[in-house]
Design a protein around this ligand. Structure first.
Ligand code: ZN
Length: 470
């Protein structure tokens, strides 16, 4: 017995030594020195973002009166035209319904063009939540160092920063070396039919991009619990989208049966775990962590469950582990049916087919039909290599603008770039601003806001992007 105990403690001791060695082998944090800043008038850009926020470009479904979104989009386009005349003169735009495509021809016709994406529509403000806003959602108030309002982060802030950068460069007579295109979708929040139309047109012209830069992850001020040094997350993959309609019919209490089916689906546990992207992300964060965090991150092979538990507790990080379900949208079903739309964001390990089968069996009621909304569904994207030109180039720009390390991540939603996958070598996703823990809830919730200083840096980021495009 004693001998067994000695043996066990020897093994445990060796294991601990091994784990400590792995912890000590985590490299020291690399020093990411930012390049000298480009002088940007951030207040000037903030006034423009404030004006852009005042256009209520919310989706045109039940929440807005017929035609209201259309007129807000038209008004915003006219405003962009007069506010950014030099870029408009240099680069277009072509009009695709309510979406726009700018083409800024480069000096070198022998290299593939690149594409930057943004969208001018914004998420709706859930009825009844207006009172939770410190500044009204479409006020565009500038106060306490922030521009306040729906869309300041998603995605009018980046959109305005890009236009400020291009307009200024065009005014200075600059011409990029490589052709850069800029697509502004009008329905990025609701499927991206505008981007789909642009992508289809470009494909028929035989166009192909070296890379596409879409909205995505941001610079996290606390990239891992206990790590208080910012790290930029650059997404190398995006989740898929499976949109389903559940219909309860057959008489009786359809609404109750539908609720039961939704509850069954919500309780369904999809396969979960760390994938290669999350492991690479943690390897990039580990050098910044205090000893305890470093010990865990350097020994994921043994302490996986500690990290998974922590991530599961926060919806933001849990989304990186598995397929997730968005809150259901109830729709009027008439008197003999009850209907709801449920969207699932698919982790790359799952496919539309497998998730559909899992949902159908989870519903557990033959009188509840499950139908796919095929026109907007898409598989999770392929993963862009962290050693490829897109990641290397954009990560370099982030480091020189912000002086922070860059880690790969996965976008928790399907964004417009999915429509361009067939005509792009690589896609990366980054939203140029800092993000605190609380900002995740602001994104589609109340009190969305963007720091004026972030907006100024975003203008520098895009200016560098265009100037250094060889
Ligand atoms: Zn967005």
């Amino acid at each position: 017995m004693k001998r067994i105990l000695i043996g066990v403690s020897a093994v445990l001791g060796l294991l601990l030594v091994f784990m400590l060695v792995r912890t000590l082998m985590v490299p020291a944090p690399a020093v990411e020195a930012a390049a000298p800043p480009i002088a940007v008038d951030a207040d000037f850009a903030a006034r423009h973002l404030s004006q852009a926020v005042k256009f209520p470009t919310i989706p045109s479904d039940a929440l807005v009166k017929e035609g209201e979104q259309g007129s807000a989009l038209d008004a915003m386009q006219a405003w962009m035209d007069t506010t950014y005349p030099y870029f408009h003169e240099a680069a277009g735009p072509e009009v695709f319904g309510k979406s726009l495509l700018f083409t800024w021809i480069g000096k070198n016709p022998n290299v593939l063009p690149v594409l930057v994406l943004a969208h001018m529509d914004v998420a709706p403000v859930a009825p009844g939540t207006e009172k939770n806003w410190t500044h009204a959602p479409f006020s565009g108030d500038i106060a306490d160092g922030f521009v306040w309002g729906r869309g300041t982060r998603d995605d009018k802030g980046p959109l305005i920063a890009f236009l400020e950068a291009t307009n200024r460069l065009a005014q200075e007579g600059f011409q990029p070396d490589r052709t850069i295109m800029f697509a502004i979708g009008h329905d990025g929040e609701t499927g991206g039919s505008g981007s789909a139309a642009i992508a289809k047109a470009l494909q028929s012209r035989g166009l192909h991009f070296a890379w596409v830069l879409d909205e995505g992850a941001a610079i996290r001020n606390e990239p891992y619990p206990g790590v208080h040094k910012p790290v930029a997350f650059l997404s190398v993959a995006g989740k898929g989208l499976l949109s389903l309609e559940l219909t309860a019919r057959g008489g009786g209490d359809n609404a109750a049966r539908l609720s039961k089916a939704i509850a069954n689906v919500a309780n369904y546990k999809f396969q979960s775990g760390l994938d290669d992207i999350q492991r690479a992300k943690f390897a990039a964060i580990a050098p910044l962590a205090p000893f305890g965090g470093k010990f865990v991150l350097a020994n994921l092979w043994a302490l996986n469950s500690v990290v998974l538990g922590g991530m599961e507790a926060v919806p933001d990080s849990a989304a990186a582990l598995h397929t997730t379900m968005s809150p259901p949208i109830m729709s009027a079903g008439g008197k003999d049916a009850a209907r709801a739309i449920i969207n699932f964001n698919l982790h790359p390990r799952d496919s539309l087919k497998t998730v559909l089968a899992q949902i159908k069996s989870a519903v557990g009621d033959p009188k509840v039909d499950v139908t796919e909304r095929k026109d907007i569904n898409s598989e999770a994207t392929k993963t862009t290599s962290v050693t490829g030109p897109a990641f290397t180039h954009i990560a370099g720009l982030i480091k020189s603008t912000y002086g922070v390390p860059v880690a790969p991540d996965m976008s928790a939603w399907a964004t417009d770039s999915r429509h361009y996958l067939p005509i792009a070598d690589e896609v990366v996703r980054f939203s140029p601003y800092h993000e605190d823990q609380a900002d995740g809830a602001r994104l589609h919730g109340a009190n969305e806001r963007l720091a004026v200083s972030d907006l100024g840096q975003a203008v520098s980021f895009y200016m560098r992007l265009i100037q250094e495009l060889k």
